[in-house]
Design a protein around this ligand. Sequence first.
Ligand code: PNS
Length: 165
Amino acid sequence: MAPDNRVALCPGTFDPVTYGHLDVIARASAMYDKVIVAVVNLPWRKGGTVFSTEERIGFVRNATSDLPNIEVEPFRGLLVAFALERGAMAIVKGLRAISDFEYELEMNQLNRRQAPDVESVYLMASAKYSFLSSSGVKELATFGGDITDLVPHEVAGALQERLGR
Ligand code: PNS
């Protein structure tokens, strides 16, 4: 499908989705007519995920149900191939720190070599979420830290159930 400049992808593992991800998704949904949240579905992924693909998709769907132009879909394989398949012209990602920048610069070069017509767009993380990561939230949950203002209520409950000691 030819890339459509009204359609964007927001990719990620979302294990689990955080308010930082949701902030980027909501901002992207105000910029594009349609935003497809692309959830990695690789059961053999190194280290595995705490939540299954279906659970991760469910959390994102529930947390974005008030945004009419969001679709949530699993994907595996090359991100740019999925973007082309869905007709998305932009890949929208959040950037928090210099460390994100280095990683994203490399990904950007690789992705552009594969598909020069798919543009990547980076939104600076909102200040209150600039420290927030799924791995940090999982660590907090494992040791009984308070995660109620970092992830949706449903996700906090599921994390405490699965990881809490
Ligand atoms: O939430 P994450 O784990 O930081 O998301 C990383 C993601 C899914 C955006 C990245 O791993 C990715 O793009 N994976 C798809 C494979 C791919 O296309 N890689 C880039 C070229 S090697």
